[in-house]
Design a protein around this ligand. Structure first.
Ligand code: LLP
Length: 418
């Protein structure tokens, strides 16, 4: 089900015509559907209801907008955070501190301190030394930090190399073969309350099999840790569930995910934690843009839009595909290239793709832009920082302002000695 659909020949987000948002807020602009976030979040809760004792922590990095995090907080989601900045967002959105878990391969001391002071629910340790430092910081505060050890199960998630995290050569976690010895040393530290293990093998995973293999390896580790006398009460299985970007793509459903998890983790008797990001946010947003020119090209014309790689970086970074549709499609189709105004050939959204025919001044959207879209935007080429809008039925709100290039320049200084 999509919450972006044609009504009277015009693309709407829920009940709001996108032409209205373009007119009132300008373009480019991200447009989100509250109902889509909620439907995705609830469907995952329902799919995982077949698993005893599951806890869902939304991966803030996918879409950290405060309004979006509020929507998920209201549904009972906790948060997976990777920086103090993300933790403050989760807290500001009303997520209870004990539902916040802190992942990340490079947590700084000040971030560990801030998280201890906030009293978050769990630290996912990526390095033995990190555990030793955290133990000291916790002792100095008279507390024990609840922690799990992130292990690298050496499984190929079958996804893009830049978003694969669970192979031995990746920087994340400790080698699963070394985990028992490291765990034993961490469990002996007085400032830590070690309670289990964590893993995350990658993002945009299309096939449940690598996930199941990694979960089974974690199950063997749980048994080994228990045999060595450790109490294991929590296993964090990470995120990574993929979503369809191209027409006709089929991805595992929440029911299939739940069935696989139930099968792979049967008898573990732990609290299972999940860190979904893209699954919840991916199809809940589009990037609304205006066609600036249609320029003749060799072979195909170039559709030059006012959104660029600084607003939606995924195509330039991962050769990612985002669907493109006209807001008022005429029914005519053309084969074209689509690019933005930034001065790099990499600022290209599609090459030789069949799309709705558009002309100068038309509005169009890039689909499936709710996750890893606005949050990865920059101001490259001194462009404004792209704004965000949240739609709810027939109303909408600007939930992040456009930050003008002039505002960014105003934060810069020319030293007096220049
Ligand atoms: N947990 C951990 C430890 C992670 O590193 C990530 C994503 C997640 C959870 C959430 O994964 P998800 O459920 O969203 O797949 N910028 C890239 C994606 C990077 C993902 C990084 N880690 C993209 O645009 O495709």
């Amino acid at each position: 089900m999509t919450h972006f659909h044609l009504k009277n020949g015009e693309l709407h987000a829920e009940d709001v015509p996108l032409t209205r948002i373009a007119r009132e807020v300008g373009t480019p602009v991200y447009v989100y559907s509250r109902a889509a976030f909620e439907a995705n979040a609830r469907s995952l809760q329902e799919g995982l209801a077949q698993v005893p004792n599951a806890q869902l922590a939304y991966a803030i990095k996918a879409n950290p907008n405060l309004a979006v995090v509020n929507v998920l907080a209201k549904l009972g989601y906790g948060a997976d955070v990777v920086s103090a900045g993300e933790m403050h967002r989760a807290l500001a959105a009303g997520m209870p501190r004990e539902t916040i878990l802190f992942s990340g391969v490079g947590k700084r001391i000040d971030e560990l301190e801030a998280a201890l002071d906030a009293g978050i629910g769990q630290f996912n340790l990526e390095i033995e030394e990190e555990g030793a430092v955290l133990s000291e910081l916790a002792l100095a505060r008279g507390v024990r930090a609840p922690a799990v050890l992130r292990v690298n199960p050496d499984v190929d998630a079958g996804t893009h190399a830049k978003i694969s995290t669970g192979k031995a050569e990746n920087k994340f976690g400790v080698a699963i073969s070394e985990a028992p010895a490291i765990y034993a040393r961490l469990a002996a530290l007085p400032g830590l309350a070690m309670r289990g293990i964590a893993s995350h093998i990658g993002s945009q995973i299309a096939d449940l099999q690598p996930l199941e293999i990694s979960y089974r390896r974690l199950g063997e580790l749980v048994a080994e840790l228990r045999a060595a006398g450790h109490t294991v009460t929590h296993v964090d299985l990470g995120g990574g569930f993929g979503v369809a970007y191209r027409p006709g793509e089929v991805y595992p459903t929440p029911a299939e995910i739940g069935a696989m998890v139930a099968r792979a983790t049967a008898g573990w008797d732990v609290k299972l934690m999940f860190e979904p990001g893209r699954f919840i946010a991916g199809n809940a947003g589009v990037l609304l843009t205006e066609v600036i020119w249609v320029k003749p090209g060799v072979g195909n014309p170039w559709v030059i839009v006012d959104a660029a790689m600084n607003d939606l970086t995924r195509p330039a970074l991962y050769d990612a595909y985002h669907g493109f549709s006209a807001v008022r499609p005429s029914g005519e189709r053309v084969t074209a290239h689509i690019a933005g105004p930034v001065c790099e050939s990499g600022d290209t959204f599609a090459k030789g793709r069949e799309i709705d025919a558009v002309v100068r001044g038309d509005l169009a959207v890039f689909h499936t832009a709710g996750a890893y879209g606005a949050t990865m935007a920059s101001t490259y080429n001194s462009r404004a920082l792209v704004p965000e809008v949240l739609v709810d039925g027939d109303r909408y709100a600007v939930v992040a302002d456009r930050i003008a290039a002039g505002t960014i320049m105003a934060a810069e200084r020319v030293p007096e000695w220049l």
